[in-house]
Design a protein around this ligand. Sequence first.
Ligand SMILES: Cc1ncc(COP(=O)(O)O)c(C=O)c1O
Length: 482
Amino acid sequence: MDHSKTPVFTAMKAYRDRKVIPFDVPGHKHGRGLREYAEYFGDAMLELDVNSMKPLDFLGNPVSVIKEAEDLLADAFGADRGYFIVGGTSFAVQTMIMTTVSTGDKIILPRNVHKSAINALILCGAEPVYMSPEIDSEMGVSHNITLDSLKRAYEEHPEAKAAFIINPTYYGAVCNLKEVVDFCHEKGMYALVDEAHGSHFHFHEGFPMSGMEAGADMSSVSLHKTGGSLTQSSALLVKTRRIDGQYVRKVINTMQTTSPSYLLMGSLDVARKMLATEGYKILSHIIEVAEYARREINQIPGCYAIGHEAEGRPGIYGFDPTKLSVTTRNMGLNGMELYDILRDEYNIQMETGDVYNSLAILSVGDDYDVVDALINALKDISSRFFTTRIDYQKIDLHYPKVVLTPREAFYADKEMVALENTLGRISGESLMSYPPGIPVVSYGERINESVIAQIKLFKASHGVVTGMEDPNADFIKVIVER
Ligand SMILES: Cc1ncc(COP(=O)(O)O)c(C=O)c1O
């Protein structure tokens, strides 16, 4: 296919050139009703913030330029069908789950899934069978699952209809995706892949295998995270051997807006063109930049940036070098402190900070100058903190046990209980620090000591804890057990 084409973006520009008189919504009418915003961003942006119409096609039932752009998207990623998504990868994840399982069905997933997967289970009523990902106590994070953990989960629940795999985790670890997908298909399960952090995988052999290449049935790819498109734009990819593409469209249309943003869809179109035509060159450069940064960071006293040397450790079959995490526990700094110090004192915004690490994500827009700024800041921070800070809170990560399905817990009677009195109670909320949005405790799980310790640490370190009704997380909503 001709990947130099951008059907949606080209149609948008043609529409703007026609200077159409708008008696349709949105009500700002090409920016005339929102001057301050239009003046700041420039007229083009608001003139193209338009509603669906024949020349621009309809996302819910695409027949012309969106259809052409989605076909190009599918082709670029090695899929049979591609779908533009304007509700973030959360929406793509929910679509994958709602397409393949429903009330009473079981789905196998790693416990470190993003909250969107658990929210999908509330919506559709399927039951989670969690695989424990491999926990790295040095880094204080979970990596990926292994084929063995999938096999164990399947042996205990052979009726499971689907398995959900993260490719890669936030910190860059992947499993042997080909083996995992083959196992799913051998056992008659759908293989769903969350590639929120892997939209670049398909375009360079220096990255782990992509979901579509491994033969997965569906994959959600956050083009907005690492592929260059605008925030909230995402894509869903499907292999139609086991999945009916028309049914996927139906599931999408039950939940997706009828007023999709053309600014988002146009950006998906241009990002796909860039990845398909220049992705290899751009990503080769990013890999070099990332490996340079990793080498430099690993020479700074108190800093560790995990890389390819970790491949073969539990839960790290392969590694995405563009995930540049900095572990500073030997500097006596926790990742949330480092995250705040880098932003407040060095004007550097990291992707996330957790108990031991802060994560920088490198993508199509990065270069040596920005990683040099990070390296220099880390050198300075090391000279301030290394050897001077030794007190450091350690936390044992233990995932809580599931007692109720997310849907049962969501609809059960609940009461507010002070955090320190919640030990042993079943959570009626899903609490997490954001990013990364992986629940510390989720709906229907029994709260254990590790959960309470993590929430206290997030609060003490001024991390952003979200998901609960009490914004301070002093009280948690737990299930009333009779
Ligand atoms: C693994 C994973 N899946 C899904 C999502 C959801 O993506 P979005 O923020 O685009 O909705 C995220 C977001 O961080 C994520 O980390």
